[in-house]
Design a protein around this ligand. Structure first.
Ligand code: HEC
Length: 176
């Protein structure tokens, strides 16, 4: 009797351990949602090859590159390079000042949530109903498209070249 009971307890504990490993984190998670109508969850997972910055963002909604690039324009160039590589420039212009797509460097935002790194990430990763394509490989189901780290780097660069006159709340974001 005792043996069987003990066996069950052990099984339960090891099952919990397995769940802990699979989710890769203890509790904290950034609940990303689509910018498109319905605001469905964006199920973006930490995958092989992802960076510590990705882990931090997926757990806290804070993009570590934003603060880093604000004080390091050299490092920020990594984001600018990706912006060109993935042809964001075609619609937004070489310095993101706007073409057929809107400027991303002024203080006019398409959606109020774009003043947070989470909100802007959601529009880049999942696209919008008004012309912004879906860029995240996991969301689009296309591994050729962007990885989480690449979107975070682009976003960090975009924040670093902000030319608007308003405040920069993205520099004071707290873990959610
Ligand atoms: C085919 C044209 C097109 C391409 C290519 C494109 N975008 Fe966009 N983007 C848009 C449009 C149109 C909007 C406005 C969407 C809306 O209002 O719903 C937008 C909006 C945005 C916004 C929000 C801007 C604001 O002022 O609130 C960001 C950030 C953004 N795009 C980033 C990117 C990035 C990064 C890439 C490349 C990975 C990219 N875009 C590629 C068309 C494009």
């Amino acid at each position: 009797m005792f043996g069987i009971k003990f066996g069950k307890i052990t099984l339960t504990a090891s099952m919990l351990a397995v769940f802990g490993l699979l989710s890769g984190q203890a509790g904290a998670a950034c609940n990303l949602v689509s910018t498109k109508a319905g605001n469905a969850p964006l199920n973006i997972k930490f995958v092989d090859g992802d960076t510590p910055e990705v882990k931090e963002f997926l757990e806290t909604c804070v993009n570590p590159y934003t603060k880093k690039y604000a004080s390091d324009p050299e490092a920020a160039k990594a984001g600018k390079k990706l912006f060109g590589y993935y042809s964001c420039t075609q619609c937004h212009g070489g310095n993101a000042g706007g073409q057929t797509g809107p400027s991303i460097t002024d203080d006019t935002w398409q959606y109020a949530k774009h003043v947070t790194d989470k909100g802007m990430f959601e529009t880049i990763a999942g696209g919008s109903d008004a012309g912004m394509p879906t860029w995240h490989g996991q969301v689009a189901g296309n591994p050729e498209l962007l990885k989480t780290d690449e979107i975070l780097k682009i976003e960090g660069w975009l924040r670093s070249i902000f030319k608007g006159s308003g405040p920069k709340p993205w520099l004071d974001e707290k873990p959610q």
